[in-house]
Design a binder for this molecule. Structure first.
Ligand code: CMP
Length: 140
């Protein structure tokens, strides 16, 4: 399995609820290497840029308000098959539909306040890592 990088976000709901430490522990226990990490409080405009692919969706305004409502933690994760592996660990977008034991099942409270984000493919990962870590030499 090739080594990949993906972007993870511990969203404002999870940081506010002080679940960030638990979630990062779950990330490490699952075998990811943390290659980059920042605490960010996005502006509405930054959240809109990050989620630009969703700009036509009915939930876009609410999503970008939520994502700019408080600090979030953005991480560059590395592992074999990292993109799929992180999505599996997070669980389904809607916590109500997420598998038992998944992070969103444990920490998410609604489809919007779903605790974490992960890139959904290689192109998205490249865009999203570049959005938060422009020009970075990832730590090794
Ligand atoms: P995320 O994986 O960050 O990608 C887009 C986000 O939009 C998603 O998690 C949810 O937080 C949010 N989202 C997706 N679908 C809906 C929906 N139907 N209603 C509200 N928010 C949604």
């Amino acid at each position: 399995m090739p080594t990949e990088r993906t972007l993870a976000i511990v969203k404002p709901d999870a940081v506010r609820a002080r679940h960030a430490g638990h979630i990062i522990q779950r990330i490490e226990e699952a075998g990811f290497q943390i290659r980059a990490m920042r605490l960010v409080h996005l502006t509405k405009r930054e959240a809109e840029g990050f989620y630009a692919v969703h700009r036509e969706r009915p939930f876009f305004a609410s999503l970008t308000s939520f994502m700019s409502s408080g600090p979030a933690i953005v991480l560059g994760l590395e592992a074999p098959d990292a993109i799929r592996k992180w999505r599996t660990l997070m669980g389904a977008t809607d916590p109500a539909k997420a598998d038992p034991g998944s992070i969103r099942k444990e920490f998410g409270t609604s489809i919007e306040n779903n605790a974490t984000h992960g890139s959904d493919g290689a192109d998205t990962a490249a865009f999203e890592l570049g959005y938060f870590f422009p020009g970075i030499q990832f730590a090794r």
